[in-house]
Write a new protein. Structure first.
Length: 159
């Protein structure tokens, strides 16, 4: 079952974020607190939204998807950026990842979003193969740019 996350899911979402970060070999970067997640997902001005995948038999949360809207100046429409898609290892292969993506795709269509985009680590071959099976277009000509820490502060101070 796929359902919208509630405030009662915050602790479980944070736990799964840390599990994902561990899988992606970057657990030290997963610093979001429960309070930050609560504000981001359920505050007065939500920054993001989440879906929970539950095991039909046990009701256990076995995965989540966290997304936020984006905007394209080229199409003049909103789109969706999927920040996280995670299914716990013991539940993989059970259709939960596909169900999360299908729910998000349906939400895109209902909302008039023309694009549904996300990133995948190049070394994550199981995920890459899964996305290929769905017909995902990989945009190899685009590079992700990130500015953080001291370089971010330096640039801001140079204005």
């Amino acid at each position: 079952m796929i359902r919208a996350a509630t405030e009662n899911d915050i602790a479980e979402i944070r736990t799964m974020i840390r599990e994902l970060a561990e899988y992606e070999r970057a657990v030290e970067q997963a610093r979001a607190t429960e309070e930050q997640l609560r504000e981001a997902l359920f505050g007065a001005h939500p920054a993001a939204y989440a879906l929970i995948a539950e095991d039909d038999g046990t009701g256990e949360a076995v995965g989540y998807a966290l997304w936020f809207p984006r905007f394209s100046t080229w199409t003049g429409t909103r789109g969706m950026h999927l920040e996280d898609l995670y299914v716990r290892p013991h539940a993989r292969g059970g259709g939960h990842g596909r169900a999360l993506l299908a729910s998000l795709a349906a939400l895109c269509l209902r909302s008039g979003y023309e694009r549904f985009e996300w990133w995948v680590l190049s070394w994550n071959e199981p995920a890459v193969d899964f996305y290929k099976s769905l017909g995902v277009e990989f945009l190899d000509e685009w590079r992700i740019c990130r500015l953080t820490g001291e370089p971010l502060r330096d640039l801001a101070a140079s204005r």
